[in-house]
Design a protein around this ligand. Structure first.
Ligand code: HEC
Length: 146
């Protein structure tokens, strides 16, 4: 049973199409252990997970009224990290990636309108994902600051 769950989870990852599930916390705690070693996540996919986690941190700092002045990931990795499907790295992708990186760099420099810049950046995650990889969109939407 446990095994079957892992296999399903891995398949969902491979398909780049996993939907947000209510068992989220369970999945996340499991995902930190075995499955990611069984399924070789692409360099880009694990970079995306790192960005996702850091945006949760950034969101909570902004919501708490704290100033965000660091990123715990290297934004330009978006340009060159190896993808599961290298044909995803096209002109559309590079253009969105460039804009996204600009917002992220602006974010940590600007202390006045961090919420607006942050939301613009997250909306770019979403607009790239609408074309490239729709599965994580429900998760990414939760990063927006309402
Ligand atoms: C320029 C396009 C683009 C932008 C911007 C972008 N992504 Fe992605 N994202 C992708 C692509 C392409 C993949 C698939 C990567 C792969 O499988 O190698 C992906 C995969 C993911 C995944 C799934 C990783 C997995 O577990 O398989 C998550 C989660 C994710 N992105 C979150 C985000 C978040 C959060 C942001 C913004 C902070 C973001 N993405 C910005 C294109 C983008």
């Amino acid at each position: 049973m446990k095994k079957a769950f892992y296999i399903l989870f891995i398949l969902a990852l491979v398909a780049c199409n996993h939907k947000e599930q209510n068992k989220k916390s369970k999945e996340e705690s499991i995902s930190k252990e075995e499955p990611f070693q069984l399924y070789q996540m692409s360099e880009m996919a694990s970079f995306m997970e790192k960005m996702y986690a850091d945006h949760k941190r950034i969101k909570s700092q902004i919501v708490a009224g704290e100033k965000v002045d660091t990123l715990n990931f290297e934004p330009t990795k978006l340009f060159y990290a190896r993808m599961t499907d290298s044909t995803d790295n096209d002109i559309f992708y590079q253009e969105k990636a460039k804009l996204f990186v600009e917002y992220e760099e602006q974010l940590i420099k600007d202390s006045l309108s961090q919420k607006e810049i942050y939301n613009k950046a997250v909306n770019l995650c979403i607009s790239c994902h609408q074309i490239k990889c729709t599965g994580p969109i429900p998760r990414i939407k939760k990063l927006l600051i309402r």
